[in-house]
Design a binder for this molecule. Structure first.
Ligand SMILES: [Zn+2]
Length: 151
């Protein structure tokens, strides 16, 4: 999944346990000569004027609230950004390659792939964590690939 509004909404719902305000309802109140119009969320009723779903996957300030909630570590590598829970990484499976890049291997042998931005890396890690905590096994996310054998 790419960074964007769908990723923002999934992080809001699955990780931050917030309403993502997916469906909006237009309102228009006329009172004499004054007209007040805008949108409210169909699900929770909040006025969307100043309450949009946070842009977790593109705004580092919003993404950082996810880091704090989940206790993630954010790592910069030459080839991109990683966000991990230290417990997701197999012992001694963080290594530096000769290109100043970092390589991370997960507990089940998956190789983490870097994201272009820290916010996207954070969202991927958060969604992966929410999937595994709900007991959905198997391939957890598209941001990891499985490598056969040892290296
Ligand atoms: Zn809502």
């Amino acid at each position: 999944m790419e960074a964007g509004r769908e990723m923002d909404a999934m992080v809001a719902e699955l990780v931050m346990r917030q309403c993502a305000h997916r469906e909006r309802v237009r309102y228009c109140i006329e009172d004499g000569n004054s007209v007040d119009s805008g949108f409210t969320c169909k699900a929770c009723g909040v006025d969307l004027y100043a309450n949009e779903c946070p842009r977790y996957s593109t705004d580092i300030a919003a993404a950082w609230t996810v880091v704090e909630k989940l206790g993630l570590s954010v790592i910069r590598s030459e080839d991109g950004w990683y966000a991990i829970k230290p417990t997701d990484i197999e012992h001694e499976r963080i290594s530096c390659t000769d290109k100043n890049s970092i390589r991370l291997i997960g507990r089940d042998g998956e190789i983490f792939t870097p994201a272009d931005t820290p916010a996207e890396a954070i969202c991927r890690a958060a969604l992966a964590a929410s999937r595994s905590s709900r007991g959905e096994g198997g391939r957890r996310t598209s941001n990891r690939s499985t490598e056969q054998g040892e290296w």
